[in-house]
Design a protein around this ligand. Structure first.
Ligand SMILES: [Zn+2]
Length: 90
């Protein structure tokens, strides 16, 4: 039972770091925060995502390319030009 709770917490906490810090803050600049809170959320996301963590700057660049070139050869997130998920960039 404890492992299920751990996995659910890990999943949801890392998902929150993805949407709140990497997507909305780093890639889209939807809001601002102080350097303290920026470092806090950086560490939070790094800890909760573990080996899946992608540097916030790198994520922002890839994600902005995704919006600029949706579903073209330059889109790093599109499923149209990759045969399976393992060869896709984040
Ligand atoms: Zn976006």
């Amino acid at each position: 039972m404890a492992i299920i709770v751990f996995l659910l917490l890990h999943w949801y906490l890392s998902l929150f770091g993805q949407t709140f810090y990497l997507h909305r803050y780093s890639a889209h600049k939807m809001f601002t925060m102080s350097k303290f809170w920026e470092k806090f959320w950086y560490m939070y996301t790094w800890i909760t995502q573990g080996t899946s963590y992608l540097n916030a700057r790198a994520y922002a660049i890839l994600h902005r390319m995704h919006h600029a070139y949706s579903d073209t050869q330059l889109d790093p997130h599109t499923p149209h030009f990759f045969k399976e998920a393992f060869t896709m960039r984040k």
